[in-house]
Ligand binder design. Structure first.
Ligand SMILES: *Cc1c(COP(=O)(O)O)cnc(C)c1O
Length: 392
């Protein structure tokens, strides 16, 4: 860090202050390992926020993207191309439920598409409001932000054009009370990511499905963080035993290339008419080629196996600062007894591990899905000393 103070200074001067100055300037990566601009190595247990599914510089991703950029980088939506058709068919095949796909560039755009689909449904049916969860995160553009249940990032940009009612996540009775025949749609994460990797109680999502079926509200599953193998399943909802009306994807899908998807099942797949929505870059050939490489190379059995190892290893750590471990698959939060996650993140970086201070008392681990046993063991054995250093 010290050899390049100017890069941090230059960042601070050139960028808007919305991110602050990030603590580490990364230069390159290979697998789960990354190097900063001074040549220090780290094991990456953040994975670009659950994005780098295949790790860094995976040969298959490099090959797919290089080949595609040298063949055809962009068409716009005025022309179609084979990679987008292959990818849409592939996703529908993995989902196993008939549906239709729209490609965007990011998570928030995938949710904007879902929001607009739902609005069309709502107008047609004369319905008037949305329901979403407290502490839920759906993105930063105005539509997705209006559904985001974190006041500190939402309220200063309101009021919003649509009535959104928030309910405590995981409380099926509260959901039942909030969702009436006037509700357009319910937006839920199958596990809340940004809130601290918080899984719902058993049966909550099945109850949400029943409540939506009974009232005619659409159920939108925001799987932007939870899908593409992160939980050991292609899609988290597959393990939860329900099918949403609308599904949104992004983060891990492109393995680092920007792509989002909004998938409507059954009648929700054909709500948009020609001209209702669009994106110039969405589903561009390069991002689709990257996503196809990701889907070819994510190994769910590997994810399940290493996820069990990571969880068991962390659960066996006995330390006064560690309260517990929650989450699913390779998507965990270590929960602290004190609000010092920032210090855990710093101590981890000094020890050669990138982790994410997600909430004051929760540290997120979302390593590449190709993380090895040895890399997991390295983190687990370093963890007690990291916690001790953070407690000082
Ligand atoms: C990250 C995230 C988003 C927003 O995605 P962006 O690509 O940052 O716009 C939306 N929903 C969930 C659940 C997310 O984790």
């Amino acid at each position: 860090m010290s050899d390049h103070p100017s890069l941090y200074d230059r960042f601070e001067r050139a960028f808007m202050p919305n991110y602050g100055v990030p603590p580490v300037a990364l230069a390159r990566g290979e697998g789960t390992r990354v190097w900063d601009v001074d040549g220090n190595a780290y094991l990456d247990f953040v994975g670009g926020i659950a994005v780098s599914s295949l790790g860094h510089a995976h040969p298959a991703l490099v090959e797919a993207v290089s080949r595609q950029v040298a063949t055809l980088a962009h068409t716009s939506n005025l022309f179609l191309h084979e990679p987008e058709v292959l990818l849409a068919e592939r996703l529908l095949g993995l989902l196993g439920t008939p549906g239709r796909v729209f490609f965007a560039n990011s998570g928030t755009e995938a949710n904007e598409a879902a929001y607009k689909l739902a609005l069309k449904y709502g107008r047609r049916e004369g319905r008037s409001y949305f329901v979403a969860a407290e502490n839920g995160f759906h993105g930063r553009t105005i539509g997705a932000l209006s559904l985001t249940g974190k006041q500190s990032i939402r309220d200063q940009f309101g009021p919003f054009p649509v009535d959104v009612r928030f309910v405590p996540y995981g409380d099926a009775d509260a959901l039942k009370e909030a969702v009436t025949g006037d509700c357009i749609a319910v937006f839920l994460e199958p596990t809340q990511g940004e809130a601290g990797v918080v899984p719902p109680p058993d049966g909550y999502l099945a109850a949400a499905r029943e409540i939506c079926d009974a009232t005619g509200a659409l159920l939108v599953a925001d799987e932007i963080q939870s899908a593409i193998g992160r939980t050991g399943h292609w899609f988290a909802h597959q393990a939860d035993g329900f099918v949403p009306d609308i599904l949104t994807l992004a983060k891990g899908l492109g393995g680092g290339l920007p792509i989002g998807a909004c998938i409507g099942f059954g009648a929700a797949g054909t709500l948009f008419a020609k001209g209702d929505h669009g994106s110039t870059f969405g589903g561009n050939p390069i991002s689709c080629a990257a996503a196809l490489a990701v889907l070819d190379h994510v190994d769910l059995d590997h994810v399940k196996r290493v996820a069990r190892r990571l969880r068991a290893g962390l659960e066996a750590v006995d330390h006064p600062l560690l309260k517990g471990v929650r989450g699913r698959g390779l998507w965990l939060a270590t929960v602290l007894t004190e609000p010092v996650s920032g210090r855990v993140q710093e101590a981890a970086a000094r020890a050669g591990f990138l982790v994410n201070a997600l909430q004051p008392d929760a540290v997120r681990l979302a390593p590449p899905l190709v993380v090895t046993d040895e890399e997991i063991d390295a983190l687990v054995s370093a963890f007690p000393a990291i916690l001790t250093e953070a407690s000082r």
